[in-house]
Design a protein around this ligand. Structure first.
Ligand SMILES: [Zn+2]
Length: 166
């Protein structure tokens, strides 16, 4: 367990599609989760932001997401099986480009199915900001960055210019 380097925008690995986890790999995934936890907490200390991280952001190219808001949740092989037709717009950010904000459109509600660390089937429903967050993280597993979802050519801003955004 250790703080890993976060891959940054420009690193081609961030555009790769991640492979599903096999049940036999669960012990390996458990140690990756410790790294994801340490890396997320380190980022949070530095930037006072960061609620979830996808495994490919530390170079582990498997379908694993680690979220830690009130409590830790591990999503293995997550599938967004229901996405609301209703969308909303917001300024998104990412640990792989911490100084840039991107305006994107996301589904207002979503339902996600996944395996937990005991290889049990689980599912959760999210709305609003958390719906956005989990869509952002699943995108990482498919090699899609928030940058690629920018609504238009004016959907980019430096974090330092946040006061101009609405
Ligand atoms: Zn991200």
């Amino acid at each position: 367990m250790s703080v890993k380097e976060i891959l940054l925008l420009g690193n081609p690995k961030l555009y790769e599609v991640c492979k599903p986890v096999n049940k036999e790999e669960i012990e390996e995934v458990k140690s990756i989760i410790e790294d994801l936890h340490d890396t997320l907490m380190d980022f949070r200390k530095k930037y006072n932001a960061g609620r979830a991280i996808a495994a490919p952001q530390i170079g582990y190219m498997k379908r694993v997401i680690y979220m830690n808001i009130d409590k830790p949740i591990v999503f293995i092989n997550p599938v967004l099986d229901i996405l609301s037709a209703e969308m909303f717009e917001l300024w998104d950010d990412c640990m792989s480009f911490p100084d840039i904000l991107v305006k994107v459109k996301r589904h207002k509600r979503c339902h996600i199915s996944y395996k937990d660390l005991d290889w049990h089937n689980q599912s959760l429903q999210f709305e609003n900001e958390l719906s956005e967050l989990i869509q952002h993280e699943v995108d990482h597993l498919n090699g899609i960055l928030a940058i690629s979802r920018a609504i238009d050519g004016k959907s980019f801003a430096l974090r330092s210019q946040k006061e101009f955004l609405k």
